[in-house]
Write a protein that binds this ligand. Sequence first.
Ligand code: ADP
Ligand code: NI
Length: 231
Amino acid sequence: LTKSDQALIPTLLSETHAFAKAYMARYDSSHDFSHVLRVLNLALHIAQAEQKRLQSVALVAPPATKVAPLYDTTIVTLAALLHDVGDKKYIKEGENNDEFPVKTFLVGCGASEALGERVQTIVDGVSYSKEIKDPQRVLDLINSYPELAVVQDADRLDAIGAVGIGRTFTFAGAKGSGGAGMENVLKHFEEKLLRLGSMMKTKTGSEMAEKRVQVLREFERCWLEEKSIAG
Ligand code: ADP
Ligand code: NI
């Protein structure tokens, strides 16, 4: 971060928080600002746990050294708050179709072009569908933008486990009669959610995902058992 970006951090954080909150109001409650706040908290948790893990390794391997920070907390926070801004699935018709809404917003707040581009690149890298098409692209991005690993893991953790299950039915309900209804939710488990566990980028994320994937499997097992009786 440049000196002027650093001086701007408190303003950037509070303006970004307010912007993300207003922006997410357009979405249904499977995908609202509380999702963004959970992703932020999960991302900060993962970043801290990864740092601790590395530090404990450095301390037992002599000579004891203090390790450099793995992640920039400001970048993690901005990217987590903005990670669903500009999602193509949700762009409203006739809306200003800015290709770089995150960068445009940050630069508009006074951030440097470099900071705007860094956060925009991370936000663009979170996408599951883009990763499926080109997995190597994400790995290359993480080399230059390590914060992508924690924000992406955090977003995916919120799609699995008990909260993830809650979100799938909320999503189905929000789609209403135009959507595929409750029956198709379990298809989404197979098509996407059960695959996320093996796509985590951090060790902390993988460990947390393992538990949450078990919750999905158990839910699926109970669902099928009940269905086998009730149809
Ligand atoms: P994000 O961009 O935050 O990863 P999405 O926009 O892909 O989330 O989806 C929002 C929520 O709706 C997620 O919890 C996701 O699992 C759920 N969801 C998306 N598509 C479906 C679907 N076809 N059936 C059930 N749930 C879905
Ligand atoms: Ni998200």
